[in-house]
Ligand binder design. Structure first.
Ligand SMILES: [Ca+2]
Ligand SMILES: [Ca+2]
Ligand SMILES: [Ca+2]
Length: 163
């Protein structure tokens, strides 16, 4: 059960284009729509390695690998920290290797093609900056209950917690 709790944030991170709002509750500050778009564009540009304004299958695959690597590193660090905690009252009954081996493997659930297809509105096999923004902005607008262009911590809580 503990393992699942530890894994949840990292796995959520793997979902394409999910992190900006997902991370917001951790830092309870209002999010301006303009800042949100800037963040999205920054992420788009980071993924668009050759800066041709389109995310290709290869660029998406590279981003997926990068996120997967980050998630693995983070989880490994969390597990090691957890192990140290546990090991203060036990005496090496469980090796770090055994402990780590007991954790489920992390992998992405979607291929780069699937991730692109999900947002590729004009079906040209690549993701433009507009296509990249669209699902996130839709999410933003949904969370922004009073439509004032600012997502407040309250609105995030309500969106996350209730219908
Ligand atoms: Ca590109
Ligand atoms: Ca497209
Ligand atoms: Ca609002």
């Amino acid at each position: 059960m503990t393992t699942r709790l530890l894994l949840a944030p990292a796995v959520a991170m793997l979902a394409f284009g999910s992190s900006a709002i997902a991370q917001a509750p951790a830092q309870p500050k209002p999010v301006q729509r303009a800042d949100f778009i800037r963040t999205l564009d920054g992420r788009f540009n980071a993924i668009d390695a050759n800066h041709d304004g389109r995310i290709s299958k290869e660029e998406m695959a590279a981003e997926q690998q990068r996120q997967l690597q980050q998630a693995k590193t983070k989880i490994a660090q969390q597990l090691q920290a957890k192990f140290k905690q546990l090991d203060t009252n036990k005496d090496g009954q469980l090796s770090v290797q055994e402990f780590m081996a007991a954790t489920p493997a992390i992998r992405t659930t979607e291929s780069p093609e699937q991730m692109i297809a999900r947002v590729d509105a004009n079906k040209d096999g690549k993701v433009s900056a507009d296509e990249f923004r669209a699902p996130e902005l839709a999410k933003f607008n949904r969370v922004d209950a009073n439509h004032d262009g600012v997502v407040t911590p309250d609105e995030i809580r309500r969106a996350a917690g209730g219908k």
